[in-house]
Write a protein that binds this ligand. Structure first.
Ligand SMILES: Cc1cc2nc3c(=O)[nH]c(=O)nc-3n(C[C@H](O)[C@H](O)[C@H](O)COP(=O)(O)OP(=O)(O)OC[C@H]3O[C@@H](n4cnc5c(N)ncnc54)[C@H](O)[C@@H]3O)c2cc1C
Length: 443
């Protein structure tokens, strides 16, 4: 099968730009054979390769990615590895109790796998830290969302702490927030540092990772043969870890929703600006309303900076224009100014967008697609934890192992078919616009 579309990642991935320059990419330039081929070096692909390197030690494992590690969505996100239910389609992230319990269990498997890799590869606290996270409310509406989320947590038996406006100011330096809800189980990552660190660790353990090597054709001639512009990999077993690009390989067409979200990263703050801002040096908040603005303050490689993320757009073509990045930039600047009026002279240095893949019924695609062909895709916007989980599970499946999580994944419903494109597009635009408008001050 010819791959119908290759990834297009708009705007500079800010997190990766902060990191030191690295050696040129190793591009696949010959025909090779392997025992395992993983396509995609995001969270899912790296987790799959890591699991294989442990459970099939000595096997030849090859990973191919169309771009450099850290340049794709895995290096473009806000870096919250969230354990608790976080359904972006819900008003308050929560869903049905049984689903929430299963999701939390699976997300924690993903986070603990990520932690295991961070420990094994000696990653810094900046790359991965089990910090917890705060759901911040900036309005009565946001507060109502947090109250309702707290009820879900009570029903789940999950502990949390509530923060007052004064405590939120002590943390963030901003008067913007009325309250917060802290839960301890999430991790925060510097996404590019994390994926680059994991890929370096995998390489040192013998996994071959080729970057800037897009798979343009995948066919089975006995073994699977993946063709890139300059080479080929033949392997009996392949794990597709390309998230929404599963459609480009011909699978699940009409069942995956392609959504973009966007981020801006400030330039490094000067010492006087840091003093004016106040608050703690490192923190991260997700919005009480899923349609609101995510904010992080970082202090480390690249200095002290603030990153904001907001807006979702439905883009079945899996591409967005530069004009879109520029128009969303206005929403970022407005959100930044509202929260940090004391930083009115601080401009944004990097602006970018990135792909998410959602299914209408919120399920992932962890499945066997064909003989020797497995998928770890459709992370429903939370791929840092869910992608890591999916990659580990797909490797387990390919190795013939079983676990309660894998049985649950295999028994789960398939992604629900979407309405025909024009209707899906109109419906999604309308829904997103209405929800974003309703988010009010949270956006
Ligand atoms: C601005 C932003 C903020 C976000 N914030 C968060 C957050 O805080 N928490 C969270 O959990 N998630 C967040 N996300 C979502 C998260 O980044 C994704 O869910 C996650 O990256 C998906 O992981 P993955 O490994 O499945 O796919 P990806 O990270 O997309 O990796 C798939 C890889 O496959 C490669 N690929 C595709 N086609 C081919 C091909 N033909 N040949 C070779 N390689 C190919 C791509 O280049 C890509 O590197 C955010 C996303 C964005 C854009």
């Amino acid at each position: 099968m010819r791959v119908s579309k290759l990834p297009n990642d708009p705007g500079p991935a800010g997190w990766n730009r902060l990191l030191p320059k690295r050696a040129p990419a190793s591009v696949l330039a010959t025909n090779i054979t392997a025992d395992w081929l993983v396509i995609g070096a995001g969270f899912a692909g790296l987790a799959a390769a890591h699991r294989l390197s442990k459970l099939a030690a000595g096997d030849r494992i090859v990973v191919l990615d169309a771009v450099r590690v850290g340049e794709g969505p895995a290096g473009r996100n806000s870096g919250f590895m969230i354990d608790l239910p976080h359904d972006l389609n819900s008003d308050d992230y929560g869903g049905a109790l049984a689903t929430d319990i299963a999701q939390t269990e699976d997300n924690r498997i993903g986070i603990s796998h990520a932690q295991q890799m961070a420990t094994e590869y000696d990653l810094t606290q900046e790359a991965f830290t089990l910090s917890g996270k705060i759901n911040a409310a900036a309005s009565a509406r946001g507060q109502a969302h947090n109250d309702s989320f707290a009820k879900h947590l009570d029903a789940l038996g999950e502990p949390y702490e509530t923060y007052s406006a004064a405590q939120m100011r002590e943390i963030t330096g901003s008067d913007f927030y009325q309250s917060g809800l802290f839960t301890a189980g999430s991790a925060m990552i510097q996404p590019a540092l994390f994926v680059r660190g994991v890929s370096a660790g995998l390489r040192s353990g013998g996994v071959s990772i080729f970057e800037n090597s897009p798979v343009i054709k995948l066919a089975r001639h006995g073994d699977w043969v993946a063709t890139t512009p300059q080479g080929q990999v033949s392997a009996p077993r392949v794990i597709l870890a390309v998230n929404g690009h599963l459609n480009s390989f011909g699978y699940l067409r009409g069942r995956l929703m392609h959504v973009f979200t966007y981020a801006s990263m400030s330039r490094a703050l000067r010492a006087d600006e840091i003093a004016q801002l106040g608050g703690q040096a490192i923190w991260g908040i997700t919005p009480a309303d899923p349609m609101g603005t995510t904010v992080r303050r970082i202090s480390g490689i690249g200095g002290d900076r603030i990153i904001v993320r907001n807006r979702f757009t439905f883009d079945p073509s899996m591409e967005v224009s530069q004009a879109r990045i520029e128009s969303v930039a206005q929403d970022h600047d407005r959100a930044f100014k509202a929260r940090f009026p004391m930083l009115s002279n601080v401009e944004m240095e990097f602006r970018w967008g990135g792909r998410l893949c959602l299914s209408w019924n919120g399920v992932q695609v962890i499945d066997q697609l064909d003989e020797g062909l497995f998928a770890a895709c459709c992370q429903n916007g939370l791929g840092t934890a869910k992608g890591t989980f999916a990659g580990g599970l797909a490797a387990d499946m390919a190795l013939g192992r079983s676990s309660p999580s894998l049985e649950r994944a295999l028994a789960s419903k398939k992604p629900r078919r979407l309405p025909p494109n024009p209707i899906a597009r109109l419906g999604a635009h309308f829904r997103l616009k209405t929800q974003e408008r309703a988010a009010g001050r949270e956006l």
